[in-house]
Ligand binder design. Sequence first.
Ligand code: SF4
Ligand code: SF4
Length: 224
Amino acid sequence: MIIAERKPIKELLEMLAGHDRVLLVGCKGCVTVCNAGGVREVGVLASALRIARRRQGRPIEIDEMTLDRQCEPEFISWLEEPLRENGYTAVMSAACSVGPQYIAERFDNVAVMPALNTKFIGGTLEHGVWAEFCRACGNCGIHNFGGLCPITRCSKGLLHGPCAGSSGGKCEVRPEVDCIWHLIYTRMKNLGQVDKLKALKPAKNWSGYWSGGVRRVVREDLTL
Ligand code: SF4
Ligand code: SF4
């Protein structure tokens, strides 16, 4: 899932300066799972912003709404009526950064601002702790590494073996995390596949990565 975290209240208040009637929109997708922008977080954030603005001597009206997803235009269209009826001057999106961009493209008469910082593609390690697992390189090759991703999880992004700085199975750059090459080797050894690691491999194909501009996936069988 996409992992995001809420921006500091101070930054959000700066964005909201000049706005007195705002719609705060959450998302029931990834940001609910990572406790950044679901129904509960939207409620807590709206209350915090109202209190902060009251203390500043400039009260703000903030309505709350949480869409099933903000990364699909059909759900964004649910905002049409509330925006038409209520005279909001701004929409603050508590979704990953796809959401506010869809809202901005759809509604040209309202300011749009992000409540969250979109961090990475990752998973839950324990309650309240998330880590990155994938950089979306566009050409997944983790079958060569025992199902683990050195591009993302090696601090140096090494694809051809460890850097020799690992100590006690931990990374020399980030001692709090496991050296992924230690994990890769251990797993390949358990699988009896160490020889696979030694085999020469062609250079990685990076053409699916982001440096070529906006990436797209087109499924001809699904397009109309
Ligand atoms: S190889 Fe690429 S697609 Fe696969 S997990 Fe790593 S970054 Fe993600
Ligand atoms: S110690 Fe391991 S994870 Fe850390 S940079 Fe070196 S090879 Fe990569």
